[in-house]
Design a protein around this ligand. Structure first.
Ligand SMILES: Cc1cc2nc3c(=O)[nH]c(=O)nc-3n(C[C@H](O)[C@H](O)[C@H](O)COP(=O)(O)OP(=O)(O)OC[C@H]3O[C@@H](n4cnc5c(N)ncnc54)[C@H](O)[C@@H]3O)c2cc1C
Length: 224
């Protein structure tokens, strides 16, 4: 009979997804003093976040002082056709300025005004100039800054790990089962807590600027 072999990895927190969301969550968990591990199905320097070009929004008011987090909230809710979760949008709009400055300090290299403040420009659906940018490669800048920060904090990132199943008992998720997309080797990742940051589901659209084989909605549909 063929023997079923797998590796086992254990951590306090397992983060599924090594894009901007997953890396930032991992940095927060590590800062809180727990052991954290990140896994993703793609090479860590080439996850979907790397494609973002235009910039990241934060109501800093560096160019248009009338801007406010409340207006950022309103613009986002309207452009989201009211489908967005209001509390999440509220938190995003309130905390974005501080968090963008933080990523900048980690090396995201945002464009500057003459007075040294972060430059801000118009972007779709916004009432004021509030988009911070690094040329036309903002996603790459953010991803590289987060990877550098994660490395300096010794956060292990296992890429090429495709999650096929979440491990759940009594409604509590305690890990995930993966296979290595390079050699098919299976690994069981065990953790006290699991954070799902597996990206969006752009494949529901026939036409999209996203990669066809990455944002397949795994976190929502396939591995749940
Ligand atoms: C062309 C383009 C331009 C964009 N421009 C902008 C912009 O200017 N400003 C802006 O704010 N946003 C922009 N976006 C959107 C932005 O890039 C995304 O919203 C953001 O990067 C999402 O980050 P994330 O960490 O949630 O997901 P992702 O970066 O998609 O990361 C998801 C992670 O989950 C992993 N994963 C998924 N399924 C599995 C699985 N089964 N097993 C293991 N791992 C899995 C992936 O490998 C990846 O590591 C743009 C998007 C595109 C495509």
């Amino acid at each position: 009979m063929k023997k079923f072999k797998h590796q086992t990895q254990i951590s306090n927190v397992l983060v599924i997804g090594s894009g901007g969301a997953g890396l930032r969550a991992a940095i927060e968990a590590k800062t809180a003093g727990v052991e954290v591990m990140v896994i993703g199905k793609r090479a860590k320097e080439d996850v979907h976040t790397v494609l973002a070009a235009g910039g990241i929004n934060a109501a800093m008011g560096n160019v248009d002082p009338e801007d406010s987090w409340q207006q950022h909230f309103a613009d986002t809710m309207i452009e989201g056709y009211g489908l967005s979760e209001p509390r999440m949008v509220e938190l995003m709009a309130q905390e974005a300025p501080e968090l963008v400055r933080e990523i900048d300090a980690w090396g995201a290299n945002f464009a500057r005004l003459e007075d040294g403040k972060i430059d801000q420009r118009f972007f779709g659906a916004h009432s004021y100039r509030r988009t911070c940018y690094s040329g036309d490669y903002t996603g790459r800048s953010i991803l590289m800054a987060l990877l550098k920060q994660a490395k300096s904090m010794k956060i292990p990132i296992h890429d090429s790990q495709y999650v096929t199943e979440l491990l759940v008992h009594n409604n509590i998720c305690f890990g995930a089962m993966t296979f290595d997309i390079k050699n098919g080797e299976r690994t069981v990742f065990l953790a006290d807590s699991v954070i799902l940051a597996a990206g969006g589901h752009t494949r529901i659209w026939r036409k999209s600027s996203s990669r066809r084989n990455e944002n397949t909605g795994d976190g929502k549909y396939q591995i749940l």
